[in-house]
Design a protein around this ligand. Structure first.
Ligand SMILES: [Zn+2]
Length: 54
């Protein structure tokens, strides 16, 4: 049984880089948001997505 993506991400935590997929900038919030939300975004992109959902 294949594990879901979030668990795989958690197991590979140390290999996660902190580059946001939205703005391509490095931010320490990216890995935290990836684990919490499943999206590899920094806080500012996460906020803009929340305010302006596509
Ligand atoms: Zn970003």
């Amino acid at each position: 049984m294949k594990k879901d993506k979030k668990i795989e991400v958690s197991e590979n935590f140390e290999e996660i880089d902190n580059f946001c997929e939205e703005c391509k900038k490095e931010d320490e919030s990216v890995s935290q948001n990836l684990i919490l939300t499943g999206f590899k975004t920094c806080n500012s992109c996460k906020l803009s997505k929340t305010i302006f959902p596509i």
